[in-house]
Design a protein around this ligand. Sequence first.
Ligand code: S3P
Length: 163
Amino acid sequence: MNIILIGFMGSGKSSLAELLSRKMHHKHIETDELVLAISKRKSIKDIFSLDGELQFRELEIKVAKKMSNINNCIISTGGGMVMNKICIDYLKKQGKVIYLETSFEEIERRLKDDDTRPLFSDKKRARELFMFRENLYSKYADIIVSTDGKSLEEVTNCIIKIL
Ligand code: S3P
């Protein structure tokens, strides 16, 4: 089985996956890195601006499909992985999905100096996206872990306990 972390941008998926992989001695895979590798672009921002979001989502589907053939990995996903149900279906074939539930206010605090996320540059639209996706994250999750006000260590230990 894999452990798959989903949640909005800034919910801590990558950092938690890193810590979990060290504690559980499993490999960490970051879907954004694989998307970037097959995109021939230099950054996620470039994929969005030069190829468009639709192309980014197509690459995400390819990467999710690959994830249905691996085992014993901690997989951190891009926040939009839930936009295509087929991605979640591929991911769930081999793993448990954990939703890192984080409030928009906390996310705004965490991402206040970040300019790498194209879909977070307009705060009003980001909030709308957040509200739209909240239901999807909950619907697809096998486990929901709240991260507000918790340290990485606390969330990691909480996940390990549940598993
Ligand atoms: C996205 C989230 C990003 C990245 C891309 C699109 C999204 O990943 O995949 O910018 O649609 O929410 P993080 O959730 O790691 O920021």
